[in-house]
Design a protein around this ligand. Structure first.
Ligand code: CMC
Length: 387
């Protein structure tokens, strides 16, 4: 069977693109990525500008409506987000039933169940999709944190009515308000994760939406796609890598060993970015600051040493991606490692919402082809005559 790069003449003729690499699926007005030059923009605004000057609420508005809000619009949007900090009682029962599963599986199940409680379920209008997106943006952090508490036998912490999105997320962990710096770092993390073009999970939400299935179905499928280690799961892998390395002096040998066994260095490489991932810079700065503040600089030193050991691979387009420093941010804040991928999902809801909406605006069934390489025209043999 021919799975590899040796493309037969026939495959060349049909231009087979495994993994849909380099294939444009549609047009978008939301996220621009120039992977060669490491550029990322949301609705025309550079990610560096947004990470430095915006916040998650404003960036979510930008993604969902395609423009920056004025003061009044942001106030109304922020109020809608805060008002949406409610979960149907029965969702807690569902979390209780599945609480021994991985947090991503719990999140997937809870989001899928939320559709049963949505009065707007049959409403596919733009306004309804935005309403659902806003609601889910506030509910996903509640699900993640309720599960975190309930699996430890603790009651979930009621969300704050006043705290900003990122602060409220951290507040629901142990009921303590984060410091201004920690809250800002979490906020930046959500901003840089808010959308990222046609990655595997966004593509999945588009495939589901392409069949005219509902919003919750699309997001549930997106969560499943995000959970894998090649996509959202890498941040968890990076902290495992850092722990395996143990101290900065070991990094070069450890990386050498991984690469000689043809293993992946988690948090490195990207399907689109062949130069530095612009999101990584903001989290790197955050880890540096936070590790000093916490008096735990060893993690930052280890990550820097791994990055140094990977330097020769930059020539091949392999650089640290957003997940490389994200794991250390979460670890230093005191978040357990199996919540790292759900945090990615917390930030990504606005991006998935707008991608679902864009797909719906000019909907088309997404149905590529598979090039058949098996044998053909065989004669059916009855079961008693088979070897
Ligand atoms: N460590 C070692 N080698 C790597 C890595 C890595 N992290 N990433 C790519 N390569 C090598 C790979 O071995 C291959 O080499 P060769 O041509 O000799 O076989 C070459 O680079 C191309 O790799 P690929 O898998 O064909 O490239 P891809 O575009 O399909 O992979 C990726 C993208 C993200 C799956 C891959 O880089 C990877 O597995 N990285 C580690 C996991 C990770 O950090 N994922 C988070 C991605 S960013 C968050 C997000 O947006 O989801």
């Amino acid at each position: 069977m021919n799975w590899g790069l040796e493309v037969s003449m026939t495959e060349k003729e049909i231009s087979l693109n495994r993994g849909l690499q380099g294939v444009y699926l549609d047009r978008t007005q939301t996220t621009f990525i120039d992977g060669k030059n490491g550029v990322l923009e949301y609705s025309g605004y550079n990610i560096h500008d947004l990470a430095e000057n915006s916040n998650f609420e404003e960036t979510s508005y930008l993604l969902m409506y395609g423009k920056l809000p004025n003061k009044k619009q942001l106030e109304v949007f922020d109020k809608s987000l805060k008002n949406a900090r409610k979960l149907p009682e029965k969702i807690y029962d569902v979390i209780e039933i599945v609480k021994d599963s991985h947090p991503m599986d719990v999140l997937r199940t809870a989001i899928s169940t939320l559709s049963s409680f949505d009065e707007d379920r049959e409403d596919f209008s733009e306004e309804a999709i935005i309403r659902k997106g806003i609601k889910l943006t506030s509910q996903v952090p509640m699900i993640v944190m309720a599960h975190y508490r309930m699996r430890k036998g603790l009651d979930p912490i009621e969300p704050s009515k006043t705290l900003a999105h990122a602060s409220n997320f951290l507040y629901m962990l142990e009921g303590e308000e984060p410091t201004k710096d920690t809250a800002r770092l979490m906020d930046i993390d959500f901003v840089v994760h808010a959308d990222h073009g046609c990655n595997a999970s966004a593509f999945t939400t588009r495939v589901v939406t392409g069949t005219n299935a509902d919003f919750y179905g699309a997001i549930t499928a997106g969560i499943a796609a995000l959970s894998g280690p090649s996509h959202g799961g890498a941040a968890e892998g990076v902290m495992e890598l850092a722990r395996d390395v143990g101290k900065a002096d070991n990094a070069a040998n450890h990386v050498k060993k991984l690469l000689s066994n043809r293993e992946r260095v988690m948090g490195f490489g990207h399907r689109v970015y062949k130069s530095a991932d612009p999101r990584a810079k903001h989290l790197k700065e955050g880890v540096k600051k936070l590790s000093k503040e916490k008096g735990q600089t060893e993690w930052y030193d280890i990550l820097l040493a791994v990055q140094e050991a990977m330097r020769p691979y930059a020539r091949r387009g392999i650089h640290a991606n957003v997940d490389f420093f994200a794991g250390a941010v979460y670890y230093l804040i005191g978040i357990p490692k199996d919540l790292f991928v759900p945090i990615f999902a917390v930030g990504r809801i606005p991006g998935w919402t707008i991608q679902i909406l864009e797909q719906m605006r000019h909907n088309i069934l997404i149905r590529p082809l598979l090039h058949y390489t098996g044998s053909r025209e065989k004669l059916y043999v009855s079961i008693d005559k088979r070897d």
